[in-house]
Design a protein around this ligand. Structure first.
Ligand code: KMH
Ligand code: ZN
Length: 274
């Protein structure tokens, strides 16, 4: 029987704004509500960023704490993954603010790259430092891979003991500056994993649907949400990440992969209950 599909909802991100879609959550209450809605729609994991009330990206611990408290206060047992990537231009100290009490996973971005017109800096000592912090807090790292060379960094981290099981791999394809969201690229990356590991596929923009379907077919898991894609169909904005999750659930079922519950996702990902 095929492994259940872990659906991750990336409900806010750091880049998209209300000028692009009025459905982007900004306040902790809105972000928590988006997470709970995504969980109700079938997401087992939420990938969280935070915002200031005016929409600027925030890595303030107080914002993340409020989001986590509100999610749990709603009786929602979704796996909580906090972003240590934050937004381009933030220092590592600032980015680490997201790892609040209640987080269960944290992202680990595996390299420096062009990110649209900006540069997303992840020097190797920064990566090692973030990996150490995740380990100290007993959080499961999710390694964000945007380009093929980042798999060599993954291999280096494993070889030097900076990273070890349990960890998860997230292929984010289609960022301008990273690898494009194509079938050939995803297959190449999956084949290039330095050791057997669970992975999720995310496609940016229009590619979200195709990468989700392909990821499920290739035995991976799937990430959807407004962080990566604002549209349900050409010219039709998704009214929230939950609509994109509903579509991912349908894709998983078509692929014969029932969506994992949060408890099942914790078991697959090696997430400890603190
Ligand atoms: N906002 C991007 C620059 C992560 O969450 O760890 C980085 C990002 C990755 O979104
Ligand atoms: Zn993110």
């Amino acid at each position: 029987m095929s492994e259940k599909a872990i659906i991750t909802a990336a409900v806010v991100g750091a880049e998209v704004t209300r000028a692009q879609s009025p459905y982007i959550p900004y306040t902790p209450a809105e972000i928590a509500q988006a997470a709970v809605d995504a969980w109700r729609a079938g997401a087992a994991v939420v990938h969280l960023h935070a915002r200031w009330p005016d929409g600027r990206p925030s890595q303030e611990a107080a914002h993340f704490r409020e989001i986590v408290d509100r999610i749990r206060g709603a009786g929602c047992d979704v796996v909580i993954q906090c972003s240590t990537g934050g937004a381009v231009g933030m220092s590592v100290d600032e980015r680490l603010g997201a790892l609040v009490e209640g987080a269960e996973m944290g992202t680990l971005n595996l390299g420096t790259m062009n990110f649209g017109d900006d540069v997303f800096v992840n020097a190797r000592p920064d990566i090692v430092r973030i990996a150490a912090r995740l380990r100290e807090r007993q959080l499961v790292p999710e390694c964000e891979v945007y380009d093929a060379g980042m798999l060599d960094t993954l291999s280096w981290l494993l070889r030097h003991g900076h990273l070890g099981a349990p960890y998860h791999v997230q292929f984010v394809l289609g960022v301008p500056g990273g690898m494009g969201a194509t079938e050939r690229n995803l297959r190449f990356l999956v084949e290039g994993l330095p050791e057997p590991a669970r992975w999720t596929a995310a496609g940016v923009g229009r590619a979200q649907l195709e990468m989700a379907a392909l990821g499920l077919r290739l035995g991976g898991h799937v990430r959807v949400g407004l962080e990566d894609n604002l549209y349900l169909a050409k010219g039709v904005l998704a009214k929230g990440s939950s609509e994109l999750v509903e579509r991912a659930v349908a894709l998983a079922e078509q692929a014969g992969r029932a969506p994992a519950t949060p408890a099942e996702a914790r078991a697959l990902l090696g997430v400890k209950i603190h």
